[in-house]
Write a protein that binds this ligand. Structure first.
Ligand SMILES: C[S@@+](CC[C@H](N)C(=O)[O-])C[C@H]1O[C@@H](n2cnc3c(N)ncnc32)[C@H](O)[C@@H]1O
Length: 281
């Protein structure tokens, strides 16, 4: 049933987009001294060895983080993200590890911030738990992350970010995302919600967006990065982040770095990007 393992995909172009957006949202929340709550509903293992059998089999990271690793012309925001990954490579020149969303976030959190990382897979959960032994303000749990949206919101801090990053291996995930957002928003309307999605079949993405529009929630920003045009054939051509209540700086930041990313990650010239409001203010 649970066949998706993120270790095959860690560091690919979709992770690059997702993790840059995640970093920028956290940085923006940290403009205020008051702590916030971070919920990672689908955490994965947290840290990935790029020289593992799984990662080497697909080598997706080579067309993601691998395309940024050696560049000396990175825009500042992208440079901060690559520096974070470099830190998790012990500052080394060689790209050996890639950090997933929970570890990236945990490395950015301050003592006053707090996080809950959820993972359902019985093989990935022990890896995740192992990667978080040192973090006092991070809780890791095995279980359904969607349910924690309902169970843990609103946070006591009254400030928070929820990252929803399912595998979409089961089609139901598209509907479960919309349901979780409705439930979360009802309890915590001022929270920031970031939803990752793949573009494999455009119809599925469109349906989820329609579902989000139908909730009546305002301030929904869609950020997308394609490495190839849409195609009926198998495989992910693009990915995106849908952000509810985005920090006011995010739209401008993404518009300034996406032209660079779409060229750097698709050097063959097939890349494209977009930033638009699904529903404005
Ligand atoms: C795309 S990966 C997550 C990657 C991670 N967020 C990152 O950016 O590094 C999705 C993960 O969700 C897990 N998963 C699937 N269904 C879940 C559920 N209902 N609750 C929590 N985790 C789930 C999978 O085992 C997988 O590890």
């Amino acid at each position: 049933m649970l066949s998706y393992r993120h270790s095959f995909h860690a560091g690919n172009h979709a992770d690059v987009l997702k993790h840059i957006v995640l970093m920028l949202i956290i940085e923006s929340l940290q403009q205020k001294e008051k702590g916030f709550y971070y919920l990672d509903t689908h955490a994965g293992a947290g840290l990935y060895r790029l020289f593992s059998q799984e990662a080497e089999k697909t080598a997706e990271y080579a067309e993601g983080i691998g395309r940024l690793w050696q560049r000396d012309d990175l825009p500042t925001e992208v440079d901060r993200y690559v520096k974070l990954i470099r830190k998790l490579n012990y500052g080394g020149k060689e790209l050996r590890y890639y950090a997933g969303s929970p570890l990236l976030a945990a490395n950015l959190l301050r003592p006053q911030d707090r996080a809950l990382m959820m993972e359902l897979h019985p093989s990935d959960f022990p890896l995740l738990r192992n990667n978080f032994k040192e973090f006092e303000n991070v809780t890791v749990k095995i279980g359904d992350g969607f349910q924690q949206v309902k169970a843990t919101l609103p946070p006591k801090e009254r400030r928070g970010l929820v990252l929803i990053d399912p595998p979409y291996e089961l089609k139901e995930d598209y509907d479960l995302v919309v349901k979780a957002i409705e439930e979360g928003y009802k309890r915590f309307a001022t929270g920031v919600y970031a939803i990752w999605y793949p573009v494999v079949l455009r119809q599925q993405t469109k349906r989820m967006i329609k579902g989000l529009e139908a909730t009546g929630i305002r301030k929904i920003l869609q950020i997308e990065l394609a490495v190839r045009p849409d195609s009926e054939q198998r495989g992910m051509t693009a990915s995106g982040m849908i952000v509810i209540n985005p920090p006011w700086t995010l739209e401008k930041q993404m518009k300034s770095i996406l032209p660079y990313l779409s060229t750097a990650l698709a050097p063959q010239g097939t890349g494209s990007w977009s930033v638009n409001w699904i529903t404005p203010e």
